[in-house]
Design a binder for this molecule. Structure first.
Ligand SMILES: *Cc1c(COP(=O)(O)O)cnc(C)c1O
Length: 462
């Protein structure tokens, strides 16, 4: 269904006048005008001028089942008519909350059988901060409250979640981080591994966790939080030595392991959860994004039997008006039904991922590309003036990445840049034909970027 709308320039002027965008230089955007997206179907978004763009980011890593599934719209309308809202605070519950919690306890591995719902991934990580500290307090260890996280990790944008995150630009605004959060370095071999082998580097970065625990004292450390694969940080796939060592350290020192599965969950890495792909056993999982394929805002903390039994021993003074919102929960449930019945996770892992991985690897031969890495359907390429030395550009971080991103947009492809890494995370329903188109447009954009970089004399190493 197409809606009539104002001409693009008028929409852009109104957007500039009244709408403040997240993570955006407002004045710079308002000067050129935002792209207005008006509809979408499958893996393709359409803007207000009718231009069709292959969305290789699935929105913000979330539209796992693809755009335009009427079933979710129908379920939302039905649920709004039946029970648009009720809370779960005051000894009440409702059917979508019950069914979704039960379904998640079946899908999530291990004994993570209990869900605390909220409206987003950020909310869920704020819940995690309070829950793990309260957990240790109830166990008679109120000093066990520091949470260790990683530089360049992303856990959301609320004060608590952004404190867990390791984005220095976010910490610089608004008085972050909150107390009792510590950060260790990320397992990004390409930019930070120096002369070490990836294997040795992975171990070294994991052992920073052990060193930090020893520095703070294990009786002071509540939890370690990390994304199985860093998303917003640039799709950083850690060396294989990394996660087993992290798991060993968490077990040894009785540190709760929180896997932030907001991106990795629901098929992104080729299995249902990134924890399965990376072989870890978290005590808590943060979920959002792919939980509803982005069709409705919902997130959750999925916790172990042990944590639930401790937290449930008294009142947990925490909750959101929209915890387990019935419409969002019903939409999520329908999304999970489609993921399961249409075997979309299997398609992603066994059909789309191997085909994409082969093509993606070939991009490493491009003169502007250093490494090309991919796991399931999340991948990145590192742009570099010199692949052999893994050098950065003298132009400064992100200058060339932004040029490439703009070329992609012009060529009908959404590929994001994080500094000088180009990243993709397409809808899981992507077909071989869509993948061919993706690679074709990415290659064309890389060629054009390379030509421009050369012409502007930016091909020198820092
Ligand atoms: C997006 C994201 C979040 C935050 O989720 P919101 O729904 O934006 O609040 C948390 N963790 C990770 C890993 C994310 O990618």
């Amino acid at each position: 269904m197409a809606y009539n709308h104002l001409p693009t320039e008028e929409l852009q002027a109104l957007d500039a006048a009244h709408h403040m965008h997240p993570f955006t230089d407002g004045n710079a955007l308002n000067k050129k005008g935002a792209r207005v997206i008006t509809s979408a179907k499958g893996v393709t978004i359409t803007d207000s001028d009718g231009k069709e763009i292959l969305d290789a980011m699935a929105g913000l890593w979330c539209v796992n089942i693809g755009y335009g599934r009427d079933e979710l719209a129908d379920v939302a309308a039905r649920q709004m008519r039946q029970l648009p809202y009720y809370n779960t605070f005051f000894q009440t519950t409702h059917v979508p909350a019950i069914e979704l919690a039960k379904k998640l306890s079946q899908l999530v591995p291990g004994d993570l059988n209990h869900v605390f719902f909220n409206g987003s991934g950020s909310d869920a990580n704020d819940t995690n901060i309070r829950m793990v500290r309260h957990y240790w307090a109830l166990k008679g260890k109120p000093d066990k409250k520091t949470i260790i996280a990683r530089w360049n990790g992303y856990h959301g944008s609320t004060v608590g979640a952004a404190s867990l995150g390791g984005m220095k630009g976010m910490h610089a605004q608004g008085g972050l981080p909150i107390p009792d959060i510590a950060h260790i370095d990320q397992p990004d071999w390409w930019s930070e591994g120096g002369e070490q082998s990836p294997h040795a580097f992975g171990l070294e970065r994991a052992r920073q966790l052990e060193a930090k625990i020893n520095e703070l004292g294990e009786d002071k450390v509540a939890a370690f939080i990390a994304e199985p694969i860093q998303g917003a940080g640039g799709v950083i796939i850690p060396p294989e030595s990394y996660w087993p060592e992290i798991q060993r350290i968490c077990d040894k020192y009785e540190i709760l392991l929180i896997a932030d599965e907001v991106i990795c969950g629901f098929g992104r890495t080729g299995q249902w959860f990134g924890s399965q792909t990376m072989g870890i056993r978290p005590d808590i999982m943060t979920i959002a994004k792919g939980l509803s394929s982005g069709y409705a805002p919902i997130g959750g903390s999925v916790v172990s039997d042990e944590i639930a039994s401790v937290i449930n021993s008294g009142e947990f003074n925490h909750g959101y008006t929209y915890s387990a919102h019935p419409v969002a929960a019903a939409v999520a449930l329908e999304n999970l039904r489609i993921l399961e019945e249409e075997k979309i996770v299997e398609h992603a892992g066994k059909v789309a991922a191997p085909y994409l991985a082969g093509k993606w690897a070939e991009l490493a031969d491009h003169p502007l590309v250093g490494e090309a890495k991919i796991k399931g359907l999340m991948g990145s390429i590192a742009l570099t003036p010199d692949a052999a030395s893994r050098a950065a550009f003298a132009a400064g971080a992100g200058v060339v990445g932004l040029m490439c991103r703009d070329r992609c947009f012009a060529n009908g492809l959404v590929m994001r840049h994080v500094g000088d890494r180009m990243i993709i995370s397409p809808p899981l329903i992507i077909t071989h034909q869509d993948i061919d188109t993706l690679i074709e447009r990415a290659t064309k954009s890389l060629d054009e970027t390379y030509a421009a970089v050369k012409a502007e004399g930016l091909l020198s190493a820092a």
